[in-house]
Write a protein that binds this ligand. Sequence first.
Ligand code: SAM
Ligand code: SF4
Length: 461
Amino acid sequence: MIDIINKAKSEHDLTKDEIIFLLSCEDGSLIFKAADEIRKQYVGDEVHLRALIEFSNICRCNCVYCGLRSQNRDVERYRLSKKQILESAQKAADFGYKTIVLQSGEDVFFTADYLAEIIKEIKNLDVAVTLSIGERTFEEYKILKDAGADRFLLRIETTDKKLYEKCHPNANFENRVRCLRDLKKLGFETGTGCLVGLPEQTIESLADDILFFKDLDADMIGIGPLIVHPHTPLKDKPNGNFDLALRVMSLTRLLMPDINIPATTAMETLNPQGRIIALQSGANVVMPNLTDNDARIKYEIYPNKAGINYTELSEKLSQIGRTISCTKGFRGNKNSPLSLNPSPAGRGKNVNLARTLRKNMTPQETKFWNLVRNNQFQNIKFKRQYPIGPYIVDFIAIQHMLVVELDGGGHNTDSQQKYDIERAKYITSRGFKILRFWNNDIDNNIEGVFETISQTLRDSN
Ligand code: SAM
Ligand code: SF4
């Protein structure tokens, strides 16, 4: 188990079987601790607060778990006016929130054009805008993006297609995935996530969910345990399991170290300390609800939704050594080793390429990797095929700001040398030192290679 956790910590990659093992093992405490360490290393101690405004509980969908489903006649429906939404947004901005989350049922009254007007006004408050309004067409998402929306939350809920379609009558799994890919394409910081505890959901499918998040290169992941609503078809089912939801969240942090992960309200609803426990197990975001009381009680996706007392939260955060962020909190915090990459879109592409390269290493790269992996060399953490901006370096020791490159004969040509110079300029401009070795050195003088690395580290200390 420790080996798998260490692998997750250093490579941020696990096989499906390894994920299943960690989701099913008896005690999750080492997973939670590892996720907390990686959270600290990559996104720091700041907690980002996002102000949530639930502006309509009218929904055309009929999700079997949700109290807002269209067939629930026991809910009093409401829709905030544009003026009310803007007043809530102003209140949030005055309070110091840097992100406003507009969430609703799938309410077609709010056309993309109408929402665009609202978004443009909210953007004047110098805040980031996150939308959580369900499925729309590419063209509609584009209108929202062009109006200035920064982020979009759309949980996949489950990647088990059969289960998805059972839980979402008349909905289509492929369309859900299409929406998420469109959002990424349009440059939204894209959030997704899953519900833990759906009837018939398997550990295997939860492992698939985590792999899906990684494949999508999602920027935010919200994991919530299912909380049964008495006016839904799931009324006789048990709630989701807190520990399992926490594990899914922690493993997501281990595999996606630089993303934003909320400590969800559902976690706090299920466990009175759930939010703080989640923040100590990989989460770095909290979403206080700023919806006016009248509306808030009608936005009952599940019963007894936990609230947040701001003073209590800030006291609890300082007790656990965390601070409230005063930035908009986009992915790729300046201090994170992964912020070396340029735009979310560029990073996505490079991460995928890096993955492919890792699978196709040269014999010399494999030899070097086998000698440095798992901190074997002077306890230094090396990573391989690592994206820095538009480039991918062979090996990197981030803590020591050191890049190691292995060259074959192809680097002799003029054009390649020009490219290498530009590349080196870029990488050194980010504060890295580059050591280059010929494949021949790796084959015939590996001791010399390691001596040069040691000497360089000594010189820079
Ligand atoms: N209608 C939009 C959507 O579905 O994406 C946004 C609002 S919806 C209420 C936000 C999230 O609430 C959903 O993604 C779902 O996972 C969660 N949710 C709904 N019912 C729930 C329940 N009974 N227990 C836990 N989470 C629930
Ligand atoms: Fe509507 Fe969202 Fe609830 Fe589904 S989860 S019924 S889409 S509000």
